[in-house]
Design a protein around this ligand. Sequence first.
Ligand SMILES: Cc1ncc(C[n+]2csc(CCOP(=O)(O)OP(=O)(O)O)c2C)c(N)n1
Ligand SMILES: [Mg+2]
Length: 371
Amino acid sequence: MSETLAGEDDPMFGLLRVLGDDDRATRGVGLDDATLRRMYRELRKLRLLDEKMLLVQRQGRIGFYGEVKGQEATPVATGFALRGDDWVFPGLREGAVMLVRGFPLATYLAQCWGNALDVQKGRQMPSHFSGRAVNQVSWGSVIGPQIPQAVGAAWAMRKQGSDAVAVAFFGDGATSEPDFHNAANLAGVWKAPVVLVCQNNHWAISIPSSQQTAAPTFASKAIAYGMPGVRVDGNDALAVFLAVRDAAERARRGEGPTLIECVTYRIGAHSSSDDPTRYRAQEEVDAWVRRDPVERFRRFLERGGLHDDAAEEALVASLDAEIREAIATAEAAPAPARDTLFDDVYGELPWNLREQREALRHAKPAPAHGG
Ligand SMILES: Cc1ncc(C[n+]2csc(CCOP(=O)(O)OP(=O)(O)O)c2C)c(N)n1
Ligand SMILES: [Mg+2]
């Protein structure tokens, strides 16, 4: 990660960093102390949330969970860099941008249970978060379609006279999908107000990023589409904040898209269904644990006198209580009303579905799970 490449003065080949090797900031980013502390709170919250939700999954209380462990800096920093009217199109691990932008935690987590508190009414796979209230569409299970969707949304906003921008997140693996190329090409040609953020976490399930492309960096793919590319230390929340904020401002000014590569690492498994010990070495994981984005940010705050052990203890206790309460609230919600099955697809329900809805209304309730 810290290795820069030939032509390192070029942002596509260098590595934008704010935190130095000693975890002190090498430049200002224009955030006050209270905001820096809030940023750390969000980073720590995501880490604790993953730990607890993985246990919930292992206890069989939800069917699936996708961790962001090791990659928290990008969703958190992006949440701080965007404006409320911007739109977010996540890849596989950026649901939590929603939390940073004010979406309630219990409602967010209810998505994992697919119950009545879930804004998606139980229609998505667990962990595929979304929230219209904070302009965030759902994760898709399919790799790539969110990228052209973001470009289209960005272009539509521009046509409507808004200066809001769209952000598309996607993994290193997704850059091999046709959708990435179609979207990046169109974004370049149209100068769409979109920020394309590639989370290069070094793995696409069991395929290492070295087998994903022959290009020297993912950021350098920007050349082909006529847009700037920026390679960023994705485990440095302040660097990601700068990169996303600058790219968003550029897009707002009508200067078009930017491709940002966040160089990071998936410390956890691909998902709760994966066993990464089958395909990667523990030494590699350990090397990245030493560059943990949450711990680096903590040390940065400590070096600046903004945090200490007592503050950490209080923070963890407060987050622990907040998360426990949100999980309890989310899990306690009842199943979605059966009628909701027929909502949201048709403006006017066709006769056959009206018949089915009536039949369901008069049917006996299904036996409870396991009954
Ligand atoms: C079109 C498509 N192909 C394959 C898959 C199976 N699949 C799910 S996640 C994944 C890897 C994605 O890797 P990357 O884009 O790097 O994202 P990451 O999981 O590392 O965040 C694959 C191949 C899929 N869901 N959709
Ligand atoms: Mg990946």
